[in-house]
Design a binder for this molecule. Structure first.
Ligand code: ATP
Ligand code: MG
Length: 357
């Protein structure tokens, strides 16, 4: 059967275990059943610490231009960072988010349904502003230095992040309706903020998110709010209650790492950096220098990141196949990598999941 669509995907393994898990991401995409009508063209691209040492830049211009002009999406592994600041080196993924205007960081946190306390939520973090504009200054006073930072919240950024959160909630409901088993009965978006203290900045985030979610196309989505401190409490006490959580940059950062801790290993947690019509899948873990080169890295965070990327390229059916194959591996629990208490190598886990696909 002729391919219905060819997706061009940039592959950026980066450093450390990034080089071990990104090839697994490529293989799972290649192994998707032909009946889906998808074909992939892969383009190998460079970024990271090793690239910096070879070329003097962590993110070569070529990587950015190929992603911009030739790719539908990309998979990004991980990059090592020097422990002390090195002149000229800065994080390539942070730069990529800026250059490609990837304004949403999306992090699903999910256990298998057979877990004693199943969890299935997505944290949607605004990725362009808030305290991350990094406009800081230090004023010398007679009582010693005083440091300040700008927290910038805009209507535009708050509106688009709440809108994509609503769209994600609808899509998750669609996938459930198509028969995927779930712990949720309907779509829910929880807006997180601290507007009781920061009435202007977080107040604007809150009111804008509320407005955006009043759009008639979100009529079926329930909307609620949580003050961020109580959000953390509930996230740990009652994680099963949450479906989609939307938050400004800093709270989103903290909530997503906290939520990742609920599922046992960093090796399981995917993410996507999403902009208009473009998505980069990226496992949440780093380059894991402590296990690199041993062939024992858990590939699941990357496989799920590949699926998540496909979701944002409107290939939900393909994404669902990958999720199901991964869940089946975890549910059976026979071929697990060491971070999950097993003894399987990366290659054995990949083989098992490919077989289920
Ligand atoms: P970096 O500076 O690149 O983030 P790190 O030393 O902080 O490196 P992480 O990659 O963040 O390391 O990982 C934190 C811990 O989790 C490490 O002990 C690592 O071995 C483990 N870990 C991370 N990813 C995986 C994975 N995919 N499979 C197994 N263990 C992992
Ligand atoms: Mg780390």
């Amino acid at each position: 059967m002729a391919a219905r669509r060819t997706l061009k995907i940039g592959l950026i393994p980066g450093d450390g275990i990034g080089k071990e898990v990104i090839p697994a991401g490529r293989r799972i995409l290649e192994a998707l059943p032909a009946s889906l009508g998808l074909k992939f063209d892969f383009i190998d691209l460079k970024a990271g610490w090793e690239t910096f040492q070879q070329q003097g830049v962590a993110l070569p211009d070529e990587t950015v231009s190929v992603l911009k002009s030739d790719c539908h999406g990309a998979l990004f592994g991980a990059v090592s960072s020097p422990t002390t600041a090195v002149k000229g080196y800065s994080s390539p993924i942070v730069a990529l988010r800026k250059k490609l205007d990837l304004y949403a960081n999306v992090r699903p946190v999910k256990t298998v349904l057979t877990a004693p306390k199943p969890i299935d939520m997505v944290i949607v973090r605004e990725n362009t502003e808030d305290l991350y504009v990094k406009e800081e200054r230090t004023i010398q006073t007679p009582d010693g230095p005083v440091a300040e930072a700008i927290k910038r919240i805009s209507y535009r950024a708050s509106h688009r992040i709440a809108t994509i959160a609503g769209e994600i909630a609808l899509r998750r409901q669609k996938i459930r309706a198509a028969g995927a088993p779930s712990i949720h009965s309907g779509p829910l978006v929880t807006i997180t903020h601290k507007s009781n203290v920061l009435s202007q900045t977080d107040g604007l985030f809150r009111s804008t998110a509320r407005d955006a979610l009043k759009d008639p196309r979100f009529a079926s989505v329930a909307v609620e709010e949580q003050i961020v401190d109580s959000m953390v409490y509930k996230l740990f006490r009652q994680p099963e209650a949450y479906d989609v959580i939307v938050a400004p940059n800093l709270y989103g950062d903290i909530l997503s790492d906290g939520a990742a801790a609920l599922v046992g290993s960093l090796g399981l947690v995917p993410s996507a950096n999403v902009g208009e019509g473009f998505a980069i899948g990226e496992p949440c873990h780093g380059s894991a220098p402590d296990i690199q080169g041993q062939g024992i890295a858990n590939p699941i965070a990357t496989l799920r990141s590949a699926a998540l990327m496909l979701e944002f390229l409107n290939e939900e059916a393909a994404a669902a196949k990958i999720y199901a194959a991964v869940d089946a591996n975890l549910e059976e629990g026979k071929l697990l990598s060491p971070d999950l208490g097993g003894t399987a190598k990366t290659e054995e886990v990949v083989q098992d999941i490919l077989r289920r696909l």
